[in-house]
Design a protein around this ligand. Structure first.
Ligand code: NAP
Length: 248
């Protein structure tokens, strides 16, 4: 039995990605804090294919201890694909930041993603067909004023993951980045502390989470490193974007 791990599977891009992988016949390990949402998702997955196995893992990835415990708890499973999708945004000028909120953001977006990527890469570098996909953002390639901390956290995700992809380019594990732009999920509600943000009237362009999951699947099935939404809101598959310095 092989499994696909998806962090942040309880809503938005992670939720729809789980359904897309289920349609491809993949067994799933679903990670988030909200158990009831993961159980609802498991019911939907089983409706798609009742042969699939779905494991639910409740974990708060802002807590480093829980992050290590999550990885350790999965040692009995063969993990074909690991998707670090859990993440959160924040809209504020740096000087006005709520430091507790950005500590939490950095713990999930940067620290947990790095720990889980490192452990997975260490264990699966030599495994045929293994993939690590980290979810960054278009804001990981352009500094978004008004969301500088979030943007910088996603620069980290992109730089770390592009660098890891280069380090492992002769290994069997494929390392990739999905860089969405605005996508209709719970993301803006949480980032801006609002309820039911209306994407239709609130932004000029956006994708649905179902569309983003289709882009995730296209990236998964490609031999490119990056799947990114460009300035015209079109999805494209690309090679390395950041320059690389070798030999230090
Ligand atoms: P979302 O609907 O808010 O989903 C975020 C997911 O992350 C939820 O499943 C949430 O689950 C999980 N999560 C948050 N904090 C967590 C924690 N402490 N521990 C464990 N899980 C946690 O947002 P989304 O848009 O689907 O976001 C998915 C990824 O896409 C993020 O990395 C985000 O930065 C990136 N992205 C989103 C957009 C956009 O416009 N939506 C654009 C670019 C990039 P629980 O709350 O149940 O724990």
């Amino acid at each position: 039995m092989k499994y696909t791990v998806i962090t942040g599977a309880s809503s938005g891009i992670g939720y729809e990605t789980a359904l897309a992988f289920a349609r491809k016949g993949k067994n799933l390990i679903l990670v988030a804090r909200r158990k009831e949402k993961l159980e609802e998702l498991r019911t939907q997955v089983i409706e798609i294919n009742q042969q699939l196995e779905v494991i639910i893992k409740v974990s708060d990835l802002s807590d480093t201890k829980q992050t290590y415990e999550l990885y350790d708890s999965l040692s009995e499973y063969e993990i074909e694909t690991w998707i670090n999708n859990a993440g959160l945004g924040d809209s504020s000028a740096v000087v006005d930041e709520d430091l507790a909120k950005i500590e939490n953001l950095l713990s999930v977006n940067v620290k947990a993603l790095t720990i889980l990527s490192t452990l997975y890469a260490r264990n699966y570098a030599d495994t045929d067909g293994a993939q690590l996909i980290n979810v960054s953002s278009g804001m990981g390639y352009v500094i978004a004023l008004g969301s500088v901390v979030y943007s910088a956290s996603k620069y980290y995700v992109s730089a770390f993951t592009e660098g890891l992809a280069q380090e492992l380019k002769d290994a069997k594990l494929n390392v990739k980045i999905l860089a969405p732009a605005v996508t209709e999920t719970e993301f803006i509600d949480r980032a801006n502390n609002v309820e039911n943000f209306d994407y239709q009237t609130g932004v000029s362009h956006f994708h649905t989470a179902v569309e983003m999951a289709e882009f995730m699947m296209a990236l998964y099935e490609s031999d490119k490193i990056i799947g990114i939404i460009d300035g015209k809101y079109e999805f494209s598959l690309r090679d390395q974007i950041y320059p690389v310095l070798k030999g230090l």
